[in-house]
Design a protein around this ligand. Structure first.
Ligand SMILES: [Zn+2]
Length: 331
């Protein structure tokens, strides 16, 4: 195993993480038992649809505000354990299916729980509200308006989840314009289930600040160059990409090539519950299986912070911490 500094001590932000997919396994088992339903068994996924079925079943175990507050608190605590000083999970309010009241009420429960957990665990918290491609542009517009109305309360970004092959980004241009006008970071999923054309559309039509995944841009050298030139980061999730067959195997993951081409990338866990991973494991994999050096890992951590919704003073402190980490001893 390559030697290196302690990755848990490297200040970083976790910026591509779905709230429901970040539930601890033990918490899912307890909540499922309390709900009297069988806990969905996370395992290998033959398709995106099978993956969505499992995540929807897990979300169904969240029945009350207290369940959700527990989830959010544990997500913030887990981020801190991995050395994150900022966590920015994403939620599509529809996953709660009215169990916490309206979509706005669900967002407010999560925001209050996030701020409370941030104080207790010493980890900054922001929220991404996401629309779902499968629900079409009208619902996306409502989600964008909701996200924008909570910008002062801690919503920092607007995302786009769901099946990328089912609905092109262009359908959601109006929703993204609303979110951009409200000063939110625009962070859709693209270049995961669909190829470079989807990333190009995100750049041209949605006006993105970051792209969730985006790794399939690696198939198109001109697009890679454009991402590098414009400094648009990709929020990369290596294990997720292997488990959903976005890449054929970890040793063929394009993260090292993207970094070598000058594309800014962050490293994230996506859905730790479903992919049996966490933020620490993803950084370790980047070191041990993808061969990233400590200098590259420090740059990745810097990208995760600079392009997050974290306040400037938190980012500056963390960047100083990254410099100190690099000056520190190898393990
Ligand atoms: Zn994702």
């Amino acid at each position: 195993m390559p030697a290196g500094r302690d990755l848990a001590q490297l200040p970083k932000a976790h910026v591509h993480l779905h709230l429901d997919g970040a539930m601890r396994r033990g918490t899912l088992a307890e909540l499922a038992e309390a709900a009297g339903i069988e806990a969905p068994l996370p395992r290998g996924y033959g398709s995106f649809a099978a993956f969505m079925e499992t995540i929807t079943a897990a979300a169904r175990c969240l029945r009350t505000a207290a369940d959700t507050e527990r989830l959010v608190s544990e997500v913030v605590e887990d981020a801190g354990r991995a050395g994150a000083v900022w966590v920015e999970p994403s939620m599509w309010p529809g996953l709660f299916d009215g169990r916490l009241g309206s979509a706005a009420e669900a967002v407010d429960v999560v925001l209050a729980a996030g701020h409370d957990a941030a104080r207790r665990h010493g980890v900054g918290f922001g929220l991404i509200v996401a629309a779902n491609r499968d629900r079409g542009p009208a619902e996306a517009l409502a989600m964008a308006r909701l996200a924008s109305s909570r910008a002062v309360d801690g919503v920092v970004g607007f995302g786009l989840d769901g099946d990328e092959t089912a609905a092109p980004g262009s359908w959601f241009a109006e929703a993204f314009a609303v979110a951009r006008d409200a000063g939110l970071r625009v962070v859709p999923h693209a270049g995961e289930l669909a190829g470079p054309e989807s990333v190009r559309e995100a750049l041209d039509v949605l006006g993105v600040d970051r792209i969730m995944h985006g790794v399939r841009a690696a198939d198109d050298p001109e697009l890679v160059e454009r991402l590098a030139e414009r400094g648009i980061p990709l929020d990369v999730c290596p294990t997720s990409n292997v488990m959903l067959s976005v890449v054929p195997s970890m040793d063929r993951h394009p993260l090292p090539a993207l970094l070598a081409a000058g594309v800014r990338c962050s490293i994230n866990a996506d859905d730790p519950l479903l992919f049996e991973t966490d933020l620490s494991a993803e950084y370790e994999i980047a070191r041990t299986e993808l061969g990233l050096t400590d200098v590259q890992l420090a740059a990745v951590a810097g990208t995760s912070l600079r392009h997050s919704g974290a306040p400037r003073d938190l980012v500056d402190r963390a960047l100083s911490g990254i410099d100190a980490w690099l000056r520190g001893p190898m393990a």
